[in-house]
Design a protein around this ligand. Sequence first.
Ligand code: 13P
Ligand code: SF4
Length: 348
Amino acid sequence: MNRQSTTAPDAEGRTLAYTPAVAAATAGLYDRVRAVVPEAEWPVHAPYIDAIERLKRSRGAVVLAHNYQTPEIFHGVADLSGDSLALAQQAAETDADVIVMCGVHFMAETAKMLSPEKTVLIPDLEAGCSLAASITGADVRLLRDRYPGVPVVTYVNTSVEVKAESDICCTSSNAVEVVESLGVDRVIFLPDEFLGRYVADNTDVEVILWKGHCEVHERFTGQELRDYRQAYPGIQIFAHPECPPDVLSEADYVGSTAGLIRHVEATRPERVVLVTECSMSDNVAVAHPDVEFIRPCNLCPHMKQITLPKILTALERMQHEVTIDPSIAARGRRAVERMLEVGRGAGG
Ligand code: 13P
Ligand code: SF4
């Protein structure tokens, strides 16, 4: 099993007790996740799950979790989960006073931009992203000077400063649709080079690229997947579009994390490899015991900063609150809302 356990003590150095009451309260949940969470780990996770479940209700909080969160978070404490697009939509629509974002910093920023009146917490401020770190707002201004009049389409895996300099955002679910919605011959696509190449391959629009990469997906190779096809005859290969082009050309399906889940549900392959972050296969396997998941996966060290003890501490102390300079927030929000409008216009 390719996963990282959250067995570290929490911020106070405490370890919560696995009492008979906790065991009883979490028994049903453990039955659901036993295929992906070892029995020996459950007494460590269960007291935190139980405490978080109770505390989030009294705080009026909703826990949002990205598909790359570990199963004890994804299945244990998340109220809503999904890909980057779904998390943005859910953050805009929830009635809760407090959003706890179990994901990386740009996701919490997007939630705050879309729900400025809510308290948005991230359990660890260090949960960053190599794509978001690859570009600044000043870089976007330079590109605009170099390509006057060419619209800037920006992947949501960026800081609010970068979004504020952009015309419209996109996610891996809707990148092609967003680019085509502009009705232009040429766009600047930032910052993921490989997602940008994938868009270019799937539209007639010329795409000016930036050389940002996801440190998780850039490590996969086409050769690795050809080796898997040899070793596991009949295997289906589903890949995330942040992977390099030689990986995508080996894939039977390319899609966002939500797209990968939907494609497993729709096609029910006997054997599949999800070419993406490790927790995806664990999380999807819970609902698909009949599918064999082969796992040449890579861990995202940023996503794995989020642990159950840190979620509990975030709710107890109401930390770490994500705030955004209101003048930047308004411009960043415009780019994200414009993206959400494209989805609504297309009925998605
Ligand atoms: P999606 O879940 O939107 O496909 O994004 C993947 C990712 O790498 C998020 O950081
Ligand atoms: Fe960023 Fe890649 Fe991690 Fe997603 S998986 S948060 S794109 S580094």
